[in-house]
Design a protein around this ligand. Sequence first.
Ligand code: C2E
Ligand code: CA
Ligand code: CA
Length: 911
Amino acid sequence: MLKNKFRFVTLHTKTAFLFAVGLAGIIFSSLFLTRYFFLFSLNELENIEIHKASSQASFVIRSLSSRQETASYDWAYWNESYDLLAKQDDGFAERNLHVDELDVLGLDFISYLTPDRRFQVGVGRDIEDIESFTTTVINDEGIAHHLIDMQSKLSANKTSISGLIRLDDDIWVVSVSPVRDGAADAPFAGWMIWGQHLSLRFPSAFEGILTASNSIIVDQEEMARLDFHSYDLNSDREHDSGVKRSKSELYHYTSLTDISGKVIAVLETKEPRTYYQKGEAVFYYLIIAIAVVASIVACITFVLFRNNIGKRFNYFEQDIKSLISSSDVDLEGHKDEFERITKLVQSLAHASSKTEGQLKDTLQKFEALYHSQSLGMVLVVEKMIVDVNQMLLDLLGYQREDLVGNNIEILCSHEAGDLCSADQLYINLAQGLRQFEAWLSNKEGDTVYCIIEATQFEQDGRISVMLSIKDISEQKQQAVLIDSLTHKDASTGLLNRPTVINLFKSYFQHSSEGDGFSLLYFNATRLKEIDEIYGHVAHDDVLKHFAECLLRNFGDQSVGRISENEFLVWDEEKNYVHLEEMANRVLEKYSSKMHVSGFEFDIGLKSALVPSSSHFDSFENFSYVGLYALTEIKAASKKGLVIVDEELKVRSKESLSLNRDIMLALKNNEIVPFYQPIVNASNGQVVGFEALARWKHPSLGMIPPGVFIPLAEQRRLIVELGESILDQACQFIKEIQQKSTSSSQNRLSIHVNLSSPHFNHKSLVETLTKMIKKYQLTQGQLVLELTESILLGSEEEIIDRMDVIKSLGVQLALDDFGTGYSSFSSLCNFPLDIIKLDKSYIDALETNDKAKSLVRNIIHMSQELGMTTVAEGVENASQLRKLNVWNVDEVQGYYFFKPMDKESALEKFAR
Ligand code: C2E
Ligand code: CA
Ligand code: CA
C-alpha cells in the first residue's frame, strides 16, 4: 500500500527526499561513529587512570613493607637489641619497648625471638598477649619457612624478610630481621619482628596521597567471586587487570599475596566514572544538537532541491509524461520515470531505425516519382518556380530556363481567368483542397487541360508547394464522348431511357403543385414487324428517319427514346395546344406510308398527349399513361392522337397497379379459368368447354383477360400463366369426365387459348406431353386455340411445330377467324382442325348481307377442307337458326351459356 503510494510520488520529490535522507544518514552515522570512538577513548583513559590508581595503592603497600624492613635494620644492628638477646638485658624492655616507641616507629608490634625461635620479649598496640600473638606470626607459613631455612645458614648469611601475612581477617605487614651487634662482628643473636596492622592503617592513613578510593577485601567468598589478576607485591611486574564497570563507577582488583606467595586478600581500587559520564552527557547534547541541525539541513536541502533542482526534474517529468502519452508504447508496470523513459528510448531507438528504413524507401519512391514519365512536377517556393522535371517540360514544350526562377503565373492559361492564378492555388490549399483541375498554358500559348495535385510543406521556414501535373485533355474529350454515350441512345441520338428517367425524377422532386409540364407519347407499334420482315438495316434507317423528324420538331433536350418503339417529348409550357399541333403534324406525316431508301413503310405511329404532369408522382406512372392510352386508340379504332383525361389517368393507374400485382397473383393462384360450354349446333348438346382466364383480384374484384393478358405478355409472364390455365383446365376436364355418366365415346373437349410466345416456347411440347399423361386425356380431347398472329413468321417452321403438337393427339383451332390480315387460302396451308368464327361476323349476320355470304362460304370451305367450324358469340336464336341452316358444327355464346366458374360447371355438367 505504502509502496504503491510511494510509486506515485513524483520523481523530483522522491529524489529530493532521498537526497535529504541520505544527507541526514551520513550525518547521523558519522556522529555515532564519533561517539563510539570518543567513548572508546574515554574508556581507555579511564583504564589508564584506574591502573595508575591501582598501582599507586599497590605501590604504597609494597613500599610500606620494604620501608619497614629497611627501617628495622637500625634496630636489629643496634647494640641494645643485641644485648637484649645475647646478654639477657632485662632493662631493654623498660627502656625501649612501649607504645610511644611504637608510635614513633609507626608500628603496631615489635617482638624479639631467640635464635631457636622462642619468644624473648615484645610489645604490641592493643594486643593482650604479645607472646602468643608473636607465636602466631612466626607460625605463618612464609615466615616459618624462612626462619627454618635460615637456621642452617651461617650467622653472617642470615637475611631479613618482609611481606604481608594474614591473621584471621587482618592483614599485617611483617618484617623479620636477624639481630647483630653494631660492629657486625658478633654472631647472630636472634630475630627481631616488626609489624604494622595494615587493615587498620590502609587506606585511611594514606588518603592524602591515594588518587582513588581503595579497600582491602578479605572475605573469602567475595574474593572467590571477583575476577582479579594477581599482583605480586614482591615484583615490579605490571599485570593487566580486569577492569569492572558499573554505570557510575570503575573497579580494579589486585591480589595481595603473603610471603609464601599465597593470595591472602584483594585490593579493590574504585573510581567514579566522571569523564565517561561527562563525555556521554556531552555526547547526548551533541547528538540532540546535531540531530536538530541535521534535520534542518535535510529539510532545507529537501526544499531547495525540490524547488530548484527539482524544478528541472519537474520539467523533465512533464516532458517525459507528454512523451509517454504521445507514444503508443505500453509502459504500464514500469515503476518510475527512469524505467519508463528507458523503455521508451529503447522502443524509440527501435522505431527510429525502422523509420530510417522507411525514409530511405520513401526517398527512393519520391525520386522515382520526380523522374516520372507520366507526371509533370513543379516545385514552387513562395510563388516562384524553383525546379521542374523533364516530364513537365515535355508536356508544356518549355525549356528549363524558361520556367525556373519565374513566377508560377507563367504556367496559367489566359482562358482560365482567375481559376489558375497563384493566389487561387494558395486559397485552394488553405481550404484543404489538394486536387483541382486547371487550364495551363504551353509555350505556344495553347491551353492544356490539366489536373493538379498540390502538396504543401515547409522548407527552411518558407512555404513550399510541390505540384504534380497531369494532362487530362484526352480524358476530357473521352468524358464528353462517354457522357453522350451514357446519356444518349446509340442508334437515334435521342436521350436514352435512364437519362429521361433521371430527368423526370428531378422534375418531380423540384416541381411544386401547378407548375407541371405536358408530355407527348409516341409509339411506333409496327417497328418490330418492320425489323422482322425487312431486316435490321431497313429498321435502323426508318428509326433514324423518325428520330430526326422528332429532333427537328422538338429540339434535342426534350426528346427521348424510352424503349424499342416508345418515344417521349416534353414541354414545360402549360399550354399544350402547341404540342398538340406538332403531334398532329408528325402523325399526319407518318400515319400513311413513309418513304425511306425507296421503300414504303408503315410504322403504325400512335400518340397520346398528357396535358399536365401535375397529378403524377413518378416517371413510371407518367410514361405508362401514354402506353395505356393507346389501348383506347385500339379499342375505339381511332387513328392518331388521344388526349389523356382524368378518367383515363385513373384507369391507367389501376392498370399499372395490376401490372405490379400480376406476378404475385400468379403465385397466389388468383388467376383461374372460367369455363364456357361449346354446344353441338344441331342438337344443343354440350361437346366441350373453352377455358377463359379470370383474375380474382383481392381489392379490384374480377378482372377480365383483356386487361391482364397484355400485361402478362409485357411482363413475360404469359407462358407461366398459360401453363397454369392449361393445367387447371385439363384437371377440370378430367374431373368432369370422371363424374359424368355419359359414355366414353362422347368425350368432352377442352379448349385452351394459347398466346404467341407460349406457342413458340421450347417447353410447350414437354408440358403438353406431361398434361396428357397426367390427366389421361384422349386423342383430340385437348384443343389449343391459336390466333392469326401466331401464324406470322416462317410458315415452314410453324407447320413443323404444329405437326409435332398434333402428333401428341392435340387439336389445333384458329381463333377469331376473320379479324386478321391473312387470306383464307393461305390458312389452308396450316394443319388446322377447327376454325372459330369471330363474334364480329356473327354480330353482323343480322345486318350485313356481305357478312352472311362470307360466313356461309367460310363454313362451307372449312367443311370441304375437313375442318370443324365453331361460331363464337351467339347471342340469339336468329343467329343460331342461320348458322344451323349453313351447317355450322358447333356454337358458343351467351345464348346457351356464359363462362362459369369451375364449381358451377361441375355441378351443371358432371352428371
Ligand atoms: P376469345 O378466345 O375470343 O374468347 C371469347 C370471348 O368472348 C370471351 O371473353 C367470352 O367471355 C366472350 N363471349 C363468349 N360468348 C359471348 C357472347 O355471347 N356475347 C359476348 N358479348 N361475349 C361472349 P373473355 O373471357 O373476356 O376473353 C377475352 C379474350 O381473352 C379471349 O377471347 C382470349 O383471346 C383471351 N383469353 C381468355 N383466356 C385466355 C387464356 O387463358 N389464355 C390466353 N392466351 N388468352 C386468353
Ligand atoms: Ca378463344
Ligand atoms: Ca375468339
